[in-house]
Write a protein that binds this ligand. Structure first.
Ligand SMILES: Cc1cc2nc3c(=O)[nH]c(=O)nc-3n(C[C@H](O)[C@H](O)[C@H](O)COP(=O)(O)OP(=O)(O)OC[C@H]3O[C@@H](n4cnc5c(N)ncnc54)[C@H](O)[C@@H]3O)c2cc1C
Length: 421
């Protein structure tokens, strides 16, 4: 089978949905090919209401999805206003003074990072610039690196890390961020279960092929993750230019996995909903995981495992991941409480062939890779989009959305006026 459309979009995640909506607004015909049997990509809410991937609208006042949440009547809460912040240190919960010291260490971390990344300063691993030696410095570095950016600071470009840093408000959606994203895809021409395995872009048109057949278009917007691109899961013919290939390699995905445990009544001290718990680093090489209790009052305990530990456990499998999380829980709440936790839902972002990681970071020296990847090829006939392409809001749904819209705007009238050969 061979079809023709004006623009082909590969991937029905946030960037693909944004691109398809923008193309539709320009009156262009497009088709979105999605490998999975669901839409949303890394923004996905399951039937229990658990967001497997993205859950916060970060920096909500600048986030393009905030206005959609409001317009569509999605109930949101400002997590930072509600959350009780718990810190477990030296075998007990931290005192108010200790929590204050941790907050002060975080403030100092960002002051030092911003100064080190000032214009003209050479790039280097973000870890080289981070403060060291203070009581909570190692924990702050672990938190800002592995647990938030899904990769250790030593793997990340200082400039990219500082430029893509986010602020609040951090909104959570009662019905889930994935639900919002899915509702934004309503009515779009999306073909599910259609993995693209080959993309020919050498001629006046582009052609995508896979088990679904062949589809020809005047331009293609590719939104699959840099993990998928780096593994060559789509064969580009001719091969991509060197600068695009280098950009893909310079923007690897880190890994953040989540576990959603149900909690029986009375199994935990009565923290307020949304309480967040961090454990202090207990010694050299310790990589604590973090927790959020009872989102929206639900009897659920969410665990977050990021960075190198997440990769190790992901490769070891679900059983090892669950055992690790339970041992961490027992460390804080005791063995009986850990036994009472229900069977968890465990995310698989590192092993899932459609993602191969959670979100991107730039390796040291490679901040420019985000713009390089987004640079249109052959006058806009082939365009890469997605979270990795956004220089400011990379790694987020905001960056993915804006990048998808930008890509749709790049498809020029010139590109479209070329006749199919
Ligand atoms: C655990 C986790 C927590 C996160 N938390 C947050 C958060 O709180 N806030 C936030 O803003 N962001 C968060 N993110 C990041 C956010 O989810 C992503 O930045 C964003 O969803 C990426 O969207 P995208 O469209 O660029 O890519 P994707 O979502 O990866 O979309 C690409 C699509 O392409 C499809 N695909 C892959 N291969 C093929 C192929 N060969 N053919 C056709 N289709 C293919 C995929 O199935 C996917 O649907 C989180 C991510 C994870 C994993």
């Amino acid at each position: 089978m061979s079809d023709e459309v004006e623009v082909l979009v590969v991937g029905a995640g946030v960037a693909g949905i944004a691109a398809a909506r923008a193309l539709r607004m320009r009156g262009l015909s497009c088709l979105v090919l999605e490998a999975k049997d669901r839409i949303g990509g890394r923004a996905y809410t399951d039937a229990t209401g658990f967001d497997h991937g993205a859950s916060w609208l970060h920096q909500a006042n600048d986030n393009p999805l905030t206005a959609f949440a409001e317009a569509l009547g999605f109930e949101t809460v400002d997590h930072d206003k509600l959350r009780q912040r718990l810190l477990f240190t030296e075998g007990r919960f931290a005192t108010t003074a200790e929590r204050g010291a941790f907050a002060a260490a975080e403030d100092r971390f960002w002051r030092v990072i911003e100064a080190a990344a000032a214009d003209g300063a050479p790039d280097r691993p973000a870890s080289d610039a981070a403060p060291q030696g203070g009581r909570f410095d190692a924990l702050v570095a672990h938190w800002e690196g592995a647990q938030i950016c899904a990769a250790e600071l030593s793997r990340m470009s200082l400039h990219d890390f500082a430029t893509t840093a986010l602020d609040g408000p951090n909104l959570l959606l009662r019905r889930g961020l994935g639900t919002l994203v899915a509702s934004l895809a309503e009515g779009l021409p999306i073909r599910l279960g259609a993995p693209v395995t080959r993309l020919d872009w050498g001629g006046k048109s582009v052609e995508a092929s896979g088990a679904f057949g062949r589809i020809r278009a005047r331009a293609a917007i590719i939104t699959v993750s840099t993990g998928v691109l780096a593994q060559g899961r789509i064969a580009f013919t001719p091969a991509l230019p060197a600068h695009t290939q280098e950009a893909i390699i310079a923007l690897p995905l880190g890994l953040l996995n989540k576990l959603a445990f149900s909690i029986p009544p009375g199994a935990l001290p009565e923290f307020g909903p949304f309480a967040s718990l961090r454990r202090d680093i207990a010694g050299q090489g310790d990589r604590p995981i973090s927790w959020i209790a009872r989102p929206f009052g639900a009897p659920v305990m969410l665990a977050f495992i990021g960075g190198s530990l997440a990769w190790e456990l992901s490769r070891a499998g679900h059983r090892a991941t669950e055992a690790h999380a339970r041992a961490e829980f027992a460390n804080v709440f005791g063995a009986e409480a850990a036994k009472a936790l229900g069977v968890p839902i465990i995310t698989d972002w590192g092993e899932d062939p459609q993602f191969l990681g959670s979100y991107s970071h730039a390796i040291p020296g490679a901040q420019a890779a985000r713009r390089a990847l987004a640079e249109p090829l052959v006058d806009g006939r082939l365009i890469f989009a997605g979270e990795a392409c956004h220089p400011r809001f990379a790694a987020t749904v905001a960056g993915a959305w804006l990048s998808g819209e930008d890509a749709a705007g790049i498809v020029t009238d010139q590109t479209l006026s070329d006749r199919f050969p």
